[in-house]
Design a binder for this molecule. Structure first.
Ligand SMILES: *[C@@H]1O[C@H](CO)[C@@H](O)[C@H](O)[C@H]1NC(C)=O
Ligand SMILES: *[C@@H]1O[C@H](CO)[C@@H](O)[C@H](O)[C@H]1NC(C)=O
Ligand SMILES: *[C@@H]1O[C@H](CO)[C@@H](O)[C@H](O)[C@H]1NC(C)=O
Ligand SMILES: *[C@@H]1O[C@H](CO)[C@@H](O)[C@H](O)[C@H]1NC(C)=O
Ligand SMILES: *[C@@H]1O[C@H](CO)[C@@H](O)[C@H](O)[C@H]1NC(C)=O
Ligand SMILES: *[C@@H]1O[C@H](CO)[C@@H](O)[C@H](O)[C@H]1NC(C)=O
Length: 402
């Protein structure tokens, strides 16, 4: 059977709900949702100001603080912004969401320095492996680097799923591999019982589109997310073992975290068993969606204009399941990697991004009258926007490993 590529389908079906318990005007929405942020208002303690570069400082624990110096690129200085994330083009009226930077509790996280980054990756190659949120990160990185150099397109396949960019001055390559499930996947039914399509996932089989290519790379940034919320059939050892939301008689119902964890396990196995890959793998942890007042296809939206504080969020079931499932498999892979010369690093951005319900395109990913599958996008991130911080984290991690 021909492998099915999912690029034409809407890539999100997860949802987030923020329980607003300090103002009565928000209606508290109940269940059916998979992700939940609980908003609890506590007293906010001021942040301590410490030095850059303390290697024991956990850069992922912190707050978003006001940064009037931002932004560092625009839709005119960068031509890699995907239309659907070009929020300013489609008239997003507020700009405060651009003006925050991440401040770890116990140190500073320097703003991305493109010159420093390119020096560190000179002669190297970096691959983004995942779905459209991974591509969103790649485009953010290309934009941040655009101040220094414009890359040449060296893609060897058509379309945006397998692009490749080359920075001649630095002999640096960036590639993106489209693999929303990380493992082999085929389409089972176009619509399925839930009319969202039904997908066969072969949880123990490699997606050869990327696993055969990794030897060429020094860094892999791997991620996966919203596609696992779709109805899926789970196969292991080529046998149907159960499904998530397929609503079929006689098929055992399993949690989506079952498939999610196994997919990461298989992806890490592909990396750890590659004889020639000697690079570093970054797991960029689950990127939460922020639909409020309805799920993605039922009028849910994300209209907040500023970040939440860490005291206002608690990672709750859906997101926590997924986060834990991937981090559990990551820790096992990390140990195994130590035995055969492969490094694993956690790009632990879930918590920071939970605090950014204001960073999504919402309805500013298209013209107001346009007929699009998902009218309000609360999954991807505006460019420029808070996703640019992922490269701040990445550079700091590269610097610490240098
Ligand atoms: C990831 O970061 C969060 C805080 O932002 C922290 O609570 C969690 O322990 C970190 N996870 C790991 C595995 O280090
Ligand atoms: C803004 O830029 C100035 C000058 O480079 C710097 O001194 C200041 O710390 C920056 N502010 C923030 C919030 O990063
Ligand atoms: C960039 O954004 C501005 C609004 O800030 C918009 O008018 C313009 O069309 C956009 N340009 C491109 C190339 O996206
Ligand atoms: C460029 O980098 C690659 C490794 O990514 C290396 O094999 C090659 O020799 C480098 N070329 C030059 C001209 O430095
Ligand atoms: C599946 O969906 C497509 C597009 O929405 C529609 O044209 C087609 O009729 C549907 N097929 C079935 C069997 O429902
Ligand atoms: C929007 O597009 C869908 C399919 O792409 C079509 O079925 C529907 O009729 C369109 N709606 C409008 C208002 O044009």
């Amino acid at each position: 059977m021909k492998e099915f590529h999912f690029s034409k389908l809407a890539s999100f079906s997860g949802t987030i709900k923020i329980l607003q318990i300090h103002t009565p005007k928000f209606v508290l929405l109940i269940a059916s949702t998979l992700i939940l942020v609980t908003v609890v208002i506590h007293h906010h303690t001021p942040l301590s100001t410490l030095k850059y570069g303390n290697p024991s400082c956990n850069i992922f624990e912190g707050e978003w603080i006001w940064n009037p110096n931002a932004t560092y690129y625009t839709n005119t200085t960068c031509n890699h912004i995907h239309n659907h994330q070009n929020c300013m083009k489609f008239g997003r009226p507020d700009t405060d969401f651009l003006k925050w930077r991440w401040k770890p509790n116990d140190c500073e996280l320097p703003i991305f320095d493109p010159f420093k980054f390119l020096e560190l990756v000179r002669g190297k190659a970096l691959a983004f492996v995942g779905d459209s949120v991974g591509r969103n990160h790649m485009q953010s990185l290309l934009c941040l680097l655009s101040k220094v150099e414009r890359p040449t397109d060296v893609s060897y396949r058509e379309g945006q799923e397998f692009q490749r960019w080359y920075y001649p001055t630095y002999n640096f390559t960036v590639a993106v591999f489209w693999t929303p499930y990380l493992v082999r996947a085929t389409q089972a039914e176009a619509n399925g019982t839930t009319n969202m399509g039904l997908i066969n996932l072969y949880l123990d089989e490699y997606d050869l589109d990327w696993t055969t290519q990794i030897e060429e790379f020094d860094y892999i940034i791997i991620s996966a997310g919203q596609w696992f919320f779709r109805p899926t059939m789970f196969y292991e050892n080529n046998k149907l073992v159960g499904c998530f939301k397929c609503l079929k008689d006689g098929v055992k119902s399993l949690e989506l975290s079952y498939g999610y964890g196994k997919a990461f396990q298989t992806a890490f196995r592909a990396i750890n068993s590659s004889p020639n890959f000697k690079g570093t793998t970054y797991l960029r942890t689950f990127s939460p969606a922020h639909f409020e007042n309805g799920i993605w296809n039922e009028g849910g939206n994300c209209v907040r204009k500023k970040p939440l504080k860490s005291s206002e969020i608690t990672l709750d079931y859906g997101a926590l399941w997924l986060y834990n499932a991937q981090v559990d498999k990551f820790k096992i892979a990390e140990e195994e990697g130590k035995r055969n010369g492969k490094q694993f690093r956690l790009l632990n951005t879930t918590h920071a991004m939970f605090m950014r319900p204001d960073g999504h395109p919402s309805s500013y990913g298209h013209w107001p009258k346009e007929n699009v599958t998902s009218y309000n996008d609360c999954v991807h991130w505006c460019l420029p926007g808070p996703i640019d911080s992922w490269s701040d984290f990445l550079l700091e991690m590269l610097r610490r490993d240098d």
